[in-house]
Structure formats: C-alpha cells, structure tokens
Write a protein that binds this ligand. Structure first.
Ligand code: BES
Ligand code: ZN
Length: 452
C-alpha cells in the first residue's frame, strides 16, 4: 500500500506537466456513463410486451416467431446474426381426455401423464393394486383397463407392467388428497394410454372393478422437433489491438406451456437485445456475443447445444457468461447471482464491482443451477445467473404477464450487467475488484411434476 502510494505520487508530478487530454480512467468513466445513459428500460419493457403475447414453447410456431423477431431486432442494430438450429425429442400433451365407468354416478376428472400415448379403449376395469410386477404376475389383462394405486414404483413402470400383461389402458389414482400431476419420466413405445385420478375417485372405482370402462386420450404427439438459438456477434473494434477473449451475454427465449413468460424469460431476452443495442458502437477490444437460447425449459437443450458446438479454442477464449433469466418481476425479491459451484468468479466479481459503484451495495451470490449458465460453467467458463429472489408467485403460470414487470428493476439489472460487461470489454479494462459478496442460501430447484 505504502509502495503504491509512493509510486502514484512519484508519477503524478512529471505526468501533470505534459498531460493534455483526460486520463485513461476519466475516458473510461465517461464511456461508462455513455453506455449507462443509453440503456433504455422502456425499450426492454416494450420488447417484453411484444414477446410475451403468448407462450413460446420450444419447437412451436410461437417460438419461431420469437426467433424471427429477435433476429430482426439484432439486425436492426447492425449485427450479423446466426440462427442456429438443433433438434430434440419433444412431447405434446393430449388435447382431450375422457374416462367413464359403468355404474359410476357423477363425473370423473382424469388428468394426463406427460409422455402418455393416445388410445381409445373400452374394456373391463381391473384392480391390480400397486401395479408391481408381482401384482400383475399371472394376470391376463388383454384389452382391459388396469386400475392402479400410486406408490412404491414409478408411474412409468406401472404402465409398462400393465402393458406387458396386455392392458390397453391404465388409470393411476392418488394415495394422498389432491390432484395428481404426473410424468411417466420419458417416452417409451411400449406405453398404453394412461391417465390419473384423485384418491377419492380411484377408491370409488375400486369398488366398481369388473365393470366396463371407456378411456380415450387424443392429440398427444411425441417426436423430433427443431428449436433455435439466435447469435449476434460484435467483433473487437480494432483487430490490431484486440485480444482473443469472448464474452457471452445471454437469456432463453422459450417459455413453458401455458405461460406467456414475460419474466421467464422475455425479460432476459429483451435485456440481452438492449445491451446489444447499446454496446454495438462502443469501442471494445473483446468479442461480444449476444445469444438467446431455445429449449431451456426442456432441460437447457439450446445452451448445451451452443457450448457443444464451440471449438476448444473458443471455449478457452470465452472468459465470461452473463445469464439473464427472470430479471424484471415486480413481485420477486432483490437481485442475486447464482454460480454452479457457489464460488465467486470473474462474472460475479465484475458485477459486484459495478453494483457497488452504482447502488452502494454489491449484489450477493450463492450456489444455483437450473438455467443456461450451467453448460458454460460445466465447460469451465466463468458464468453466473442473474435472477431476483425469492421468486414471484407467477413463475411458470399463465399469470407471468407484462403487467407484473417493474421497469425500475429492468433498468437496475441492465446497468449492473452493462457496466460489468463494458468493464471487461473496453480497451485496457480496469483491473477487477476483490469479491465482497455475502452468501445467501436458498433452495432453487422447483419441480412441478412427480415421477412416483
Ligand atoms: N427461469 C428458470 C430459472 C430458475 C432458476 C428458476 C432458479 C428458479 C430457480 C428456468 O427457466 C427454469 O424454470 N428452470 C427449470 C430447470 C430446467 C433445467 C428445466 C427449473 O428450475 O425447474
Ligand atoms: Zn427461465
């Protein structure tokens, strides 16, 4: 410290004598201000509104329209855009279900299992207990509908065990109160049509075993689908003074079925667009890539595809991934960062530096996955998720709409991330500050479906 002060003072006097222009530091902070002043949260908000008119499920026309919109926006800022296709195995849930049992008064409310196949079956309803291999051993269920209680083994295994004995349909009922929203886990050609019922419905049907039942599942579809990543690249301003580094700023543009995904993740997508717009004409010695990913909600498929297609050299050169996912909810908590290993890295350090400078408080971080920073971190690239915690109650619901978006939150996150990216990308970027983060710990995986 004493040495640094001496050196600084020693250098100050002769320098002042011939220095004409502003110091490098001053130039940097002027550019920093220029970048920040140009960030327009209203533009982010308007683009969220455009994107979040309907759900953008990967592999659907709605996703294609979003991809087209994003690509056109990038192009309008002057970017070259690559639309990167990839395929995945997809499942569309049934459009209609019905179940009726002779002798049952009233209405049954069957629900579908994810990965159930279609069927149209009329046959005897047979109670096969828990549907284990032992339960069905020796039974001939050919053309029949198996009635099975939840518990002990997975739903998918119950369906396979019944199908193995010839069953043409399966009804699984809950063993606790409440509806049963289940998944068979993965697609299997050997499945037969399967639906779930509540505990009370199932118990009523158990008393009617031997009666004739009719089960229909229609409109389900499994097969290969195509989704896309959208990649806009800004080469370093002056190739001669450039380094080889690459910074990736990204978000996922797809949503879950039924949710317009204004916050998850039109917010991150629109913020990625705005950062791309503002940084386009700023001098940088680092390559910037702005990427929106498809099929995040189906298991980070787009971001894995993106990272898988990078060369070893590109992976080595990618120095940071800023992942913006759910960055504008009025009803969520404060901004936090998540890293896969829970450790600080270049992204958290730069962002803590910028948030401290902008707000007087460093954005905290802790461990968390469940989004597109995971494939980057798994490839050894410093990466962090930007999200508000705790989550809003509208997460993955039809109520994730534009009216729940807070423009001030958008401005705040865009400034923190924009400033951090610019810190690293500008010519002769200032050295990084030490991590000052406190850790907050929280459960971050939310499962909507049960497998058993
Ligand atoms: N936007 C969420 C990310 C997220 C992260 C939500 C942490 C809550 C906590 C993301 O789109 C999402 O829903 N992810 C899935 C997992 C993914 C691998 C399919 C999730 O958290 O259930
Ligand atoms: Zn998301």
């Amino acid at each position: 410290m004493a040495l640094a002060t001496t050196l600084a003072l020693g250098a100050a006097t002769p320098q002042l004598a011939y220095m004409k222009g502003p110091s490098l530091e001053k130039v940097n902070s002027q550019f920093d201000k220029k970048v920040l002043n140009q960030l327009d949260a209203q533009r982010i908000y308007d683009n969220i509104d455009t994107l979040a008119q309907e759900p953008r499920v990967a592999g659907t026309d709605a996703e294609d329209q979003a991809v087209e919109f994003i690509a056109e926006e990038f192009e309008s800022y002057g970017y070259d855009v690559e639309i990167q296709p990839f395929t995945f195995f997809g499942y569309t849930p049934p459009s209609s279900l019905s179940l009726s049992v002779e002798g049952f008064e009233g209405e049954l409310n069957p629900r579908s299992f994810t990965y159930s196949v279609n069927g149209d079956v009329t046959g005897e309803l047979v109670d096969v207990g828990l549907g284990t291999v032992d339960d069905v051993a020796g039974l001939d269920l050919t053309g029949k509908i198996a009635l099975i209680q939840r518990g002990s083994i997975s739903f998918g295994q119950k369906v396979l065990n019944a199908a193995e004995r010839g069953a043409a349909g399966v009804v699984i009922y809950n063993n606790v109160d409440g509806v049963l929203n289940g998944t068979l886990g993965a697609y299997d050609e050997r499945y037969v049509a399967a639906v779930s019922l509540s505990k009370s419905e199932g118990e009523a049907l158990k008393a009617l075993a031997g009666s004739t039942a009719t089960l229909t599942v229609e409109g389900a579809e499994a097969g290969d689908r195509t989704s896309h990543n959208v990649i806009a690249t800004k080469e370093p301003t002056n190739q001669k003074k450039a380094n080889d580094d690459i910074i990736v700023v990204g978000a996922h543009h797809d949503s879950v079925p039924g949710a317009p995904g204004a916050n998850d993740d039109a917010s991150g997508t629109a913020m990625t667009l705005e950062l791309a717009r503002v940084l386009k004409n700023v001098p940088t010695d680092t390559e910037l890539r702005f990427v929106t990913f498809g099929a995040e909600e189906l298991g980070l498929i787009g971001s894995y595809h993106y990272v898988d297609t990078l060369s070893d050299e590109e992976i080595d050169n990618t120095v940071a991934n800023f992942n913006l996912d759910m960055v504008g909810s009025r009803d969520a908590g404060d901004l936090v960062m998540r890293t896969l290993d829970g450790q600080p890295n270049l992204v958290t350090e730069l962002s803590q530096k910028s948030s401290l400078k902008l707000n007087g408080e460093a954005t905290p971080f802790s461990q968390g996955g469940s989004s597109d920073h995971v494939p980057f971190a798994a490839a050894g690239i410093p990466a962090a998720l930007f999200i508000h915690a705790p989550l809003e109650p509208w997460y993955h619901t039809p109520d994730d709409t534009i009216d729940k978006i807070d423009i001030n939150k958008l401005q705040d996150v865009a400034e923190i991330v924009g400033s951090a990216v610019y810190d690293l990308a500008q010519f002769d970027h200032p050295s990084q500050s030490k991590n000052t983060g406190k850790v907050d710990v929280e459960a971050d995986m939310i499962f909507e479906q049960s497998v058993r």
